[in-house]
Structures are given as structure tokens and as C-alpha cells.
Design a protein around this ligand. Structure first.
Ligand code: SDX
Length: 433
């Protein structure tokens, strides 16, 4: 708590209440309103939680005005430049960068949990060939409670840590199996001799007919994208994981709920929507038409990959990914007219009063699909790629909440429905107007 207070006076009762201000180690001051209802009988109303902090957390800090993102205090730019994804996973889970011994042990733990129960592969085979990968992921991850029920005591720290490692290790395996099911290929089992990103590419693209060699450029690009997607404080899917976790539900149920939330096009589904939008626009000559639609309140179309609840400046991840697009395409000897189109769209939007006034900048989803596409990953898999990185954030927040005293999440509402009225028999009822 800080020693700052906020005074609230109720004109109806002329009562004044002192509300304490909660000061974090960084970020905006926050009013603790817990006493408001018991003392003055008022709830607060904040649809979409635009001005509401749901918890205290040590994991990730975002400054939306400055475009700052830090994992456990480390700037995202430095982690993106220097770290491996599993190093960042360790940092998010445990709060410190690992020593070489800690890293080796953690990497070994993850590596030896990458396989899934063979009946999970049977489960995946039960889906229709054109099932969306996120439908498979959310279904299969929820079912993991049926396969790993031996270690589901959420009150036991060791079992919580094991579940977290299992989820981080197995998410790529399940995602790759979903893709191969769609392709009609047999499952490719994880190869322990490869690192996290290499192993995923091998599970995605290797075929029994010939030796598969991982392209180091692709592995490096995935390592970067997994790091950039790993966590983002209390976004919709992480808040979902925390809310489900607050009921004491098992971690697989929590992450399955997080997957469902991420899938929405306003959230993690946006990367898939951006590529579909760029393909629909097709040529920069049609950009004006789509920009007009994005600004038309009567048109549900939005410029996908633009805008953010927190960032009112550049999303630092978008800046990093935009640069990586050029590097990856050049190193792969590819060009992509969609990147040129995206850059033109960004330029037009950033000079347009509607976007400038609303501080709408490119977000993490605007450019990521360009890289996934260059790696041969189909658009339908883009949100699953986001999920692989974000699983680390989800389980880190679940562990943080599970290890601390917390109450079940249960928001209130402003009731706007019918006031009290008497039941009438069916014979006496008349159709309502
Ligand atoms: C992610 O929360 C996180 O941290 C999420 C994330 C993470 O890492 O977990 O960063 C990942 O989800 C990134 C966001 C991906 N989604 C998209 O790119 C979809 C397109 N963006 C919008 O749907 C929207 O910008 C949101 C959902 C991202 C943010 O929604 P908000 O904060 O509720 O903002 P809003 O809808 O209130 O918009 C404010 C104004 C509105 O206009 P007015 O009513 O004030 O006139 O800006 C307009 C909106 O209509 N607006 C857009 C727009 N985004 C906002 N207009 C056109 N195109 C857009 N993309």
C-alpha cells in the first residue's frame, strides 16, 4: 500500500470514505475499492475492465503510453535479442534468469515431457480432417486431465510445477499433431536431440519418406516469436486462466479455457484475421476502401492487427516482428507482396486522423503472420502458434495465483432487467408487445 488516499463523498448521505491507493513497484496508482460497497453501498462499473486491476502480479509490466514491455523487469527487446525461449520460460515461471545448471535441468525436464499419451493421438484422429487447430487444441488440452489425473492436486506445489512443465512441453506436440491430422500425415514424435523450436518444426514438417533438416533461420524466427508471445500481463486469455484457476479447477481446464479465449479474432485470433484481411485487400489500390470500412461505425470490419487496450503507442513486439520479417524473408530468399501491402497499410493508417486520434498502432498480430507464412505454416495454425508461446504466460500466472491467498473471482453487475412481478397461469397470458 502507499500512504496516498482517495476521498470519496456520497452526496446522498454526505458520508466521506478514505480509499487506500495501492502502489506497485511500477505503473499507475490504483485505488483499493474493497471498502466502497460495505461502507457506502456502491459497486463500481467498468465493462471490459478498461480501468480495473484484477490482481497484483510480479510477472510482466506494460507501460502502454511508452510502449514498454518487460518480463520480470527485463526489457522485451533484450530478451528477444539474447535469450532462448526456454530461458524466458524459466524467467517467467521462477522470476529469475536461470544459471547454466538450472537451464540444463529445466531444458531436460521440458524435453522429457514432450511426448503425449498415445490415446491423445487417437483422440486427435477422431476430429474431422478440417477441424480448426484451435478446436483441437482446446479440446485435447482440456482432456489432459483425463490422462494425467495422477498429479492434479492444485494444493501441492510439486504437482503444480509438474503440470506447468507438462503443458509447456506438450503444447507444441499437440499443435503439430493437429496440423498433421489435417494433412493426413502420421504423427511425428518429438526428437529429444533438438531444441524447443527445432523440435516443433520437425514435428510439423518431417515426413517418414525422407530425412528432414531443420532450417536454422526458421528455428531462430520461431524462438523469437515464442518469446514475444510468451506473456502480456492480464490480457483476456490470461485473465480467463486466472478466473478459472480461482475456482480450484485443474491446470488443464484452466489452459483449455485460455485457449478458447485466445481464439477470438479480437485477441489471439487476430493474426489469422490479419492474413485473411491482407489477402482480401490484395492490392494497395484497394486499401482506401478497407480503411473507409474500418472507420465506418455501421461496418463491423476493423483493421485487424491494429489497436490495443493498453498500448496507445507502438506495441514493442510489432516493432521487433516488423524488422524480423525483412531479415527472415531475406535469409530464406523469399519476398512477400503481403509484407509490402502491410507496410503501406501501416503508413496510411498512421497518417489517418481516425487512427491517430484513437492512438491505433500496429499490434503483435499485424506482422507475425508474414513470418509464419514464410516458414510454411498455414494461416489456420497462426493462433495455435500464439498459444504455444502464451502457454508459458498462462501457467506462470496460474502458478503465481495458486501459490498465493486468493478468492474466487466473482464480478457483480448492474441489473437492468424486469423488476419483481407475479407468476401468471398460461391461460391468462397475453403475447408481450
Ligand atoms: C492481442 O490484451 C492484450 O494484451 C492482448 C494481446 C496479448 O498479447 O495478449 O496484446 C494480443 O489480442 C492484440 C490485439 C489483437 N486484436 C486485433 O488486432 C483486432 C483489431 N483490434 C480491435 O478489435 C481493438 O483494437 C482491440 C480489441 C484490440 C482493443 O479494443 P478496445 O480496447 O476495447 O478498444 P475499442 O474497441 O474501445 O476501440 C476504441 C476506438 C473505437 O472507436 P470509437 O468508438 O472510439 O469511435 O477505436 C476503434 C473503435 O471502433 N478501433 C478500431 C480498431 N481498434 C479500435 N477501428 C478500426 N480498426 C481497429 N482495429
Amino acid at each position: 500500500m502507499s500512504d496516498r488516499k482517495l476521498l470519496v463523498t456520497d452526496p446522498a448521505s454526505d458520508q466521506t470514505l478514505e480509499l487506500p491507493v495501492v502502489a506497485g513497484s511500477e505503473g499507475d496508482p490504483t485505488i483499493d475499492i474493497a471498502k466502497l460497497y460495505p461502507s457506502l453501498g456502491y459497486f463500481t462499473f467498468d465493462p471490459g475492465y478498461g480501468s480495473t486491476a484484477s490482481c497484483q502480479s510480479d510477472i510482466t509490466f506494460i507501460d502502454g503510453q511508452q510502449g514498454i514491455l518487460r518480463y520480470r523487469g527485463y526489457p522485451i527487446e533484450q530478451l528477444a535479442e539474447n535469450a532462448s525461449f526456454l530461458e524466458v520460460a524459466y524467467l517467467l515461471l521462477y522470476g529469475e534468469l536461470p544459471t547454466s545448471t538450472q537451464y540444463a535441468e529445466f531444458e531436460r525436464d521440458i524435453t522429457y515431457h514432450t511426448m503425449v499419451h498415445e490415446k491423445i493421438n487417437n483422440f486427435i484422429n477422431g476430429f474431422h480432417y478440417d477441424a480448426h487447430p484451435m478446436a483441437i487444441l482446446s479440446g485435447v488440452v482440456g482432456s489432459m486431465a483425463a490422462f494425467y489425473h495422477d498429479k492434479l492436486d492444485v494444493k501441492d506445489p510439486e504437482q503444480r510445477e509438474l503440470a506447468a512443465k507438462r503443458l509447456i512441453a506438450k503444447m507444441p506436440t499437440i499443435a503439430a499433431a493437429a496440423y498433421r491430422h489435417h494433412m493426413g500425415w502420421p504423427v511425428a514424435y518429438p526428437r529429444n536431440s533438438l531444441d524447443y523450436s527445432e523440435r516443433f518444426l520437425d514435428m510439423m514438417f518431417s515426413v517418414p519418406a525422407e530425412q528432414y533438416t531443420v532450417n536454422p533461420v526458421a528455428a531462430k524466427a520461431l524462438n523469437l516469436l515464442f518469446i514475444l508471445h510468451a506473456d502480456h500481463e492480464q490480457n483476456a486469455s490470461t485473465s480467463t486462466v486466472r478466473l478459472v484457476g480461482s475456482t480450484g479447477a485443474n491446470p488443464y481446464a484452466c489452459v483449455s479455457a485460455g485457449l478458447a479465449a485466445l481464439w477470438g479474432p479480437a485477441h489471439g485470433g487476430a493474426n489469422e484475421a490479419v492474413l485473411n484481411m491482407l489477402n482480401e485487400i490484395g492490392d494497395i489500390s484497394k486499401a482506401g476502401e478497407f480503411m473507409a470500412r474500418a472507420k465506418d461505425k455501421n461496418d463491423p470490419f476493423r483493421l485487424m492487427g491494429f489497436g490495443h487496450r493498453v498500448y496507445k503507442n507502438f506495441d514493442p513486439r510489432a516493432t521487433i516482428i516488423r524488422q524480423a520479417c525483412y531479415e527472415v524473408l531475406e535469409e530464406l530468399g523469399q519476398s512477400d507482396p503481403l509484407l509490402d501491402l502491410a507496410m503501406e497499410l501501416e503508413k496510411i493508417a498512421l497518417e489517418d486522423e481516425y487512427f491517430v486520434e484513437r492512438k491505433l498502432y500496429p499490434n503483435v498480430d499485424f506482422y507475425s503472420g508474414i513470418i509464419y507464412k514464410a516458414l510454411g505454416i498455414p494461416t489456420s495454425m497462426f493462433t495455435a502458434m500464439f498459444a504455444i508461446g502464451r502457454t508459458v504466460g498462462w501457467v506462470s500466472h496460474w502458478l503465481e495465483q495458486s501459490a498465493s491467498a486468493h478468492r474466487i473471482g466473482r464480478p457483480r453487475q448492474v441489473y437492468t432487467g424486469a423488476t419483481a412481478r407475479e407468476y401468471t397461469s398460461i391461460d391468462d397470458r397475453k403475447p408481450s408487445a
